[in-house]
Design a protein around this ligand. Structure first.
Ligand code: NIG
Ligand code: FE
Length: 423
């Protein structure tokens, strides 16, 4: 009796597996030599997992088309894994287009922040916004990301900076996680800025004594699922001591450490993250050689965010130095009111042009390594048997068009598939 399968993608000109030996991450050599099958097919089962991937001729002899709910004829097209966006701030109200004008006129990120704008502006609007409004805007933003090829996304809180709004944001993320097809990794970032009227020590105390205990209750009641803990470790925001105590407390609750570090000033955030066993650190524009070495040794992923460096005209993250040193390099869009970018193809393009990554390196960084940064690379990030059937079918005979083309990817991305469903 033939079993029933959800989706067959057949006869693709190229299928970019990324890796095929069960690797959980790739470093430089692996990133430069992605596994690509010419004329390949993929079988996704009714459980949404990949059952087979290989040469189209072989798959054809093993599976009858009649046993599939859906068949995509990908002749002349390419298949790549769904993209993984390892860093976003997608829950907020009130955009900051007016600040973009200030920054174009020369204001720095911290000038705007100190003048009460930046994160503070977004906090005011997000505190005032009803849950329903935040959920609608989050849903729209995630839909945009999905249309641009993102199938797994990390989503942070961090525009509440007090218990009620932080929980409201996490609940909105949870509602999206339960109802939308896109995979979500949820991050508590209550220490994203020091709230107005408080010192960093007082804010840290509030996170440790008020916010985290409530979060722990909601998590054990099953009301909320939270995967990661984040802190903005930066001069004038949270110093190393505050960052350490918050990250340790989160780790003790079972959260993965995944935080902002060494962005505007060298803070030794990388060394701290490596010491604490962080899964990932984001930004790292100002990381030192010692920090790079510590991250490579600890297998702490570097989540590089080319949009931020581009918009704020910061020094570029040292992608090449990190790759040479054996760091696990991942990418994220950093979608937030400062860096309004929903597009991982655009992020990969910037990573190649500005950070001098090659196209295979950028694709690996936006798939398997970004999945690693979220603790999901055993199930996501490459096209391997038993992983989730998350993939993109590209209307091009060479996969590199996903990075080469600058914007307008709706035409190029013919299908987005999550767990075997065309979404
Ligand atoms: O990753 N650097 C801190 N956090 C965000 C920006 C958040 C904001 O400006 O609203 C970032 O770029
Ligand atoms: Fe960020």
């Amino acid at each position: 009796m033939s079993s029933n399968y959800r989706l067959l993608v057949k006869n693709a000109k190229q299928v970019v597996l990324i890796c095929n030996n069960g690797e959980k991450y790739l470093t430089k050599n692996g990133m430069q030599n992605l596994c690509v099958i010419e004329n390949g097919s993929i079988v996704i089962g009714s459980d949404g997992l990949i059952k087979a991937v290989g040469p189209a001729d072989t798959i054809k002899t093993q599976y009858s088309e009649a046993s599939f709910d859906e068949v995509i004829d990908a002749a002349g097209m390419c298949v790549v894994p769904g993209l993984v966006d390892a860093h976003t701030h997608p829950v907020w109200a009130g955009d900051r287009v007016h600040e973009f004008a200030m920054k174009l006129a020369g204001a720095t990120y911290m000038d705007v922040h100190r003048a009460g704008g930046g994160i503070h502006f977004t906090v005011e609007h997000t505190r005032a916004a009803p849950t329903s409004q935040l959920l609608v805007s989050l849903t729209n933003r995630l839909a945009r990301m999905q249309r641009a090829g993102t199938t797994t996304v990390e989503c942070k809180s961090g525009y509440g900076l007090e218990l009620q709004t932080e929980i409201k944001m996490l609940e909105v993320i949870e509602a999206a996680r339960r109802t939308l097809p896109i995979n979500i990794s949820s991050t508590y970032c209550g220490a994203h800025a020091v709230p107005k009227g408080k010192t960093a020590a007082e804010a840290t105390e509030d996170v440790l004594k008020v916010q985290l205990p409530r979060l722990r209750q909601l998590m054990s009641a099953g009301t909320l699922r939270v995967d990661n803990i984040d802190v903005f470790c930066e001069k004038g925001v949270f110093d190393l001591g505050c960052t350490r105590s918050i990250l340790q407390a989160g780790r003790d609750m079972g959260l993965n450490i995944n935080f902002h570090g060494d962005e505007l000033h060298p803070m030794n955030s990388a060394q701290l993250g490596a010491e604490l066993g962080a899964l990932a650190i984001s930004h790292l524009e100002e990381v030192t050689d010692e920090g790079i070495a510590a991250m490579a040794a600890a297998k702490t992923a570097a989540v590089l965010l080319p949009t931020t460096a581009y918009i704020l005209r910061l020094p570029q993250p040292r992608a090449r130095d990190m790759l040479e040193a054996g760091v696990i390099v991942a990418l994220g869009s950093d979608f937030n009111p400062n860096a309004y970018c929903c597009s991982m193809p655009m992020v990969m393009h910037l990573a190649c042009v500005n950070m001098r990554m090659s196209m295979p390196e950028a694709l690996a960084a936006a798939t398997i390594n970004a999945a690693y940064a979220l603790g999901r690379s055993h199930t996501h990030g490459s096209l391997e048997v038993n992983k989730h059937g998350d993939l993109l079918v590209l209307n091009t005979s060479r996969w590199e068009h996903l990075i080469y083309q600058l914007g307008g990817h709706q035409e190029l991305i013919r299908y987005v598939v999550i767990k075997g469903n065309i979404v």
